[in-house]
Write a protein that binds this ligand. Structure first.
Ligand code: AMP
Length: 294
């Protein structure tokens, strides 16, 4: 496994892989790797002849009062995990390497960014659009792997790739969970023991929704209310959003829409704060043949 800290160094290594005719799978991350990232790495390795991991805590996707400075980092452990999961190259650039000057170019994806984290974290997806565009140009992967844990990010990047004709297949990967259902996240380390035990309310709500949706006459508005009430029952949980939207367009549903009769996939997306820690989770519900938990 080769470690590259500069764009020039990475391009040289990538050039050698391409000369050997290898297809390239790419997994962009912010590090502090866990089993969710590992599942992306394994899939990239399985489906391509070479796999590239990037680790970069991207400042442009954090708001001024967010956790950029205290975002957890552990380079040594990350490199071990990358090696164990068969990565050929790891790209570990500094902020100066990626942004030697203040960028004057914006990558703004509209529509799919208006709700959910796009509304709660103004500018977040502009930062994501910019860094993913830069990384795609640098790496030029055949396939890029993204977790459905961040389903809105998948929708945004799919749109970006289509609109700007990036020559890459976006591969969405299922959310990896703790045994009690909590979605793995680098931010879970911020939780106190008590918050950690209450945090199970997110995945629990998605499971309950799966049971409620098939009930005759269940409307979007009623479902969202039930989920909110359930989350409010967890001590220390403060709801940022609970929304049921069409997926992947992330368009609103009318409150009286009967969920069972909808001919398209919907997403139930949650963001809940425990103290300063904001957790997200979601589940997709397919129209025919009942309900799918992704
Ligand atoms: P991050 O390092 O949090 O930016 O995440 C890097 C990639 O890993 C993104 O595509 C995430 O959606 C994905 N990811 C994060 N957590 C999980 C998880 N629990 N299961 C699957 N993928 C995940």
């Amino acid at each position: 496994m080769k470690i590259c800290r500069t764009i020039a160094g990475l391009k040289q290594q990538l050039g050698e892989l391409r000369q050997e005719g290898k297809t390239i799978g790419f997994v962009p991350t912010m590090g502090f790797l866990h089993e969710g990232h590992a599942s992306l790495m394994r899939q990239a390795k399985e489906q391509n002849e070479a796999a590239v991991l990037s680790i970069f805590v991207n400042p442009t996707q954090f708001g001024p009062n967010e956790d950029f400075d205290r975002y957890p980092r552990d380079e040594e452990r990350d490199l071990e995990l990358a090696e164990q999961n068969g990565m050929d190259l790891v790209f570990l650039p500094s902020v100066e390497e990626m942004y030697p000057r203040k960028p004057l170019t914006s990558v703004l994806v509209s529509g799919v960014t208006t709700r959910l984290c796009g509304a709660s974290r103004p500018g977040h997806f502009d930062g994501v659009g910019l860094i993913v565009s830069k990384l795609f140009h640098i790496v030029q992967p055949d396939r890029a792997y993204f977790g459905m844990k961040d389903a809105q990010q998948v929708a945004v990047i799919t749109q970006l790739v289509e609109d700007l004709n990036f020559n890459v297949d976006v591969v969405p990967c299922p959310t990896v969970r703790e045994p009690d259902g909590l979605a793995l996240s680098s931010r879970n380390v911020y939780l106190s023991a008590q918050q950690r035990s209450q945090a199970v309310v997110l995945s629990q709500s998605l499971q309950l929704a799966k049971e409620w949706i098939p009930q005759p006459g269940m409307t979007a508005g009623e479902l969202v209310e039930r989920v909110k009430n359930h989350i409010r029952g967890a001590s220390g949980a403060a709801i940022d959003y609970v929304e049921l939207l069409r997926f992947p367009s992330l368009e609103e549903l009318s409150a009286d829409a009967a969920i069972n009769e909808l001919p398209y996939t919907v997403i139930l997306a949650l963001a809940v704060k425990f103290g300063n820690t904001r957790l997200i989770d979601n589940s997709l519900y397919e129209p025919i043949g009942g309900v799918d938990h992704v």
